[in-house]
Design a protein around this ligand. Structure first.
Ligand code: FPP
Length: 246
């Protein structure tokens, strides 16, 4: 059965964020090396991006590489960086053909020069696209993002650009890597782990969380639909009572 028919088109999440987890375990199950899992993970990335765009999701953010992932074996880091560059080269035309804007959040300066260049070129080439924003979290850590925002704001306070009395949620938002994105509505994590792992801590304040045991390379559009259907059944109260909402 195609679960797409059970999705209410008027109540879509505006921003879906995904922690793509389980590539390594998937590869191990097949008796293969971890890189094989990451390679197959790129197929799920493609399918998820296509499915979100077709549904009319305006923002999709994928956790592709965390600040902590730099500590993985050098060869695995190299594989992930190579996969990123090859995916960008291979999919740039598809992104443009489908009017999808590419963005990146994270400490991008830490990326190898070649990756940074390829990424910046793809971002530049898709910057006027309007159907959906696909943000890749790369060398991303939420605490690092918050520390960075605090530094930027304090420099502005010191230089009298912002007065400390005026610091509010919107000022903090404007100094996060996600400055142009709305709050996350739905956060999905694959592979059965039920934790946030330093991803979008500020932005998920009111997000609905969906955990699935499916490993990322096995994640299909039907799993995405399942997550959205569950999201649409939840009552989002934002601190209010049920009665106040109705
Ligand atoms: C987590 O699985 C996955 C990652 C650290 C990387 C995700 C990267 C991709 C899906 C491929 C490239 C991405 C793009 C955007 C082209 P894990 O290695 O932690 O799995 P494990 O927990 O089973 O070991």
């Amino acid at each position: 059965m195609d679960l797409k028919n059970n999705i209410l088109p008027h109540a879509l999440p505006k921003h879906i964020a995904i922690i793509m987890d389980g590539n390594g375990r998937w590869a191990k199950q097949q008796g293969m090396i971890r890189a094989f899992g990451h390679e197959n993970g790129t197929k799920s990335v493609k399918e998820t991006v296509e499915a979100c765009a077709e549904l009319g999701i305006e923002n999709l953010t994928l956790y592709a590489f965390s600040t902590e992932n730099w500590n993985r074996p050098k060869l695995e880091v190299q594989t992930l960086m190579k996969l990123l560059v090859s995916s960008l080269t291979k999919e740039l035309k598809t992104l443009n053909d489908n009017n999808i804007k590419l963005a990146a959040i994270g400490n991008l300066q830490a990326l190898p020069k070649k990756v940074y260049k390829e990424l910046s070129d793809a971002i530049e080439s898709t910057k006027n696209n309007t159907r959906m924003t696909l943000s890749l979290a790369l060398s991303y850590g939420s605490r690092d993002e918050i520390v960075n925002a605090v530094k930027e704001i304090s420099i502005k306070v010191k230089n009298n650009i912002i007065s400390h009395e005026n610091i509010d949620e919107s000022i903090i938002n404007e100094h996060l890597y996600t400055q142009n994105l709305p709050d996350v509505d739905l956060l999905v994590r694959t592979s059965g782990e039920q934790r946030i792992s330093n991803f979008l801590l500020w932005q998920i304040a009111y997000a609905e969380l969906h955990f699935t045991s499916v490993l990322w390379p096995d994640f299909t559009r039907q799993h995405l639909y399942e997550a959205i259907i569950e999201y649409q059944k939840r009552e989002r109260r934002f601190g209010k009572t049920s009665d106040q909402l109705s």
